[in-house]
Design a protein around this ligand. Structure first.
Ligand code: MG
Length: 269
């Protein structure tokens, strides 16, 4: 048996999953034309464009730190432009911008929960790896998803975000030190997470097209790119189970093995 085939038939012991647009789709709960940064600017009563720029520029910081909190970032901006916001207004803004992710987290689709349960019944450990700020995941603890995961990796707590290899490593470590060659990664493809998973050495990388196939967030071209970056694409979440438990078809296996060769463990410094 060729070595790549042997490797691909060793069972997958863990699946690391992205959260938003993979396990739940906030777009299903987003009011029409609701944009977080626009809404904050409006509520603060400050000009939209400079605030949107500030919000975009500080995004990488919010992604990998729990402190300052999202509301502190907003309050700091308001102060800096001479339009200080009261604690009450900040709390209201927090509730308003937190509503969409909270609603999504509270109501995952039954087929998602079933597929996760099926993976667990097969002895596969589940890890979460989400690029998120602290406010987006305040509803996690009470989500039906939470208890299904053996390890929860939020970038704002880990201090690393995808596609940084250290983010993936932290989750695999949290799952008990499972090697990436025994693990699969599944996500909707945003922020380079699929390529990052490849670089981190995951044996199988799955593009979950279920939500982004139709929610309008991605163009056909972007979806085609994500499909190329992954070993497999699934259009329905429940297809994730065979996608990580069955050997790859021969053609895919050869392609994955060819790709494994030149992919460095670490991005070039
Ligand atoms: Mg996502």
């Amino acid at each position: 048996m060729p070595p790549d085939r042997k490797l691909d038939e060793a069972p997958i012991e863990a699946v690391v999953l992205d959260l938003f647009h993979t396990l739940v789709d906030p777009e299903e709960f987003r009011p029409p034309a609701f944009h977080r940064a626009d809404h904050i600017a409006e509520r603060l009563g400050v000009p939209r464009e400079p605030f949107v720029r500030y919000w975009r520029e500080t995004f990488p910081e919010r992604l990998v730190h729990r402190e300052p909190s999202v509301l502190e970032w907003i309050g700091e901006y308001a102060r800096s432009v001479g339009a200080p916001a009261s604690a009450g207004l900040l709390r209201e803004i927090g509730r308003e911008i937190g509503r969409v992710p909270a609603q999504a987290l509270a109501a995952p689709r039954p087929e998602v929960l079933r597929a996760l349960d099926e993976l667990r019944e097969r002895g596969i450990r589940l890890g979460l790896l989400s690029n998120c700020d602290e406010l987006e995941v305040r509803g996690w603890a009470t989500s039906p998803l939470a208890r299904r995961f053996s390890f929860t990796g939020f970038s704002c707590e880990l201090g690393f975000a995808k596609p940084d290899p250290r983010a993936y490593e932290a989750v695999l470590q949290g799952l008990g030190g499972i090697g990436p060659e025994r693990a699969a990664f599944a996500g909707d493809g945003s922020m380079g997470e699929l390529l990052g998973a490849k670089r981190a050495g995951f044996r199988r990388v799955v593009f979950v097209r279920a939500f982004v196939g139709h929610n309008g967030l991605r163009t056909a071209k972007q979806r085609a790119t994500f499909a190329r970056q992954a070993d497999l694409t699934v259009d329905r979440f429940e297809r994730l189970v065979p996608a990580v438990t069955r050997p790859l078809p021969a053609r895919r296996r050869r392609a994955a093995a060819a790709r494994r060769g030149p992919i460095p463990k670490r991005p070039p410094v």
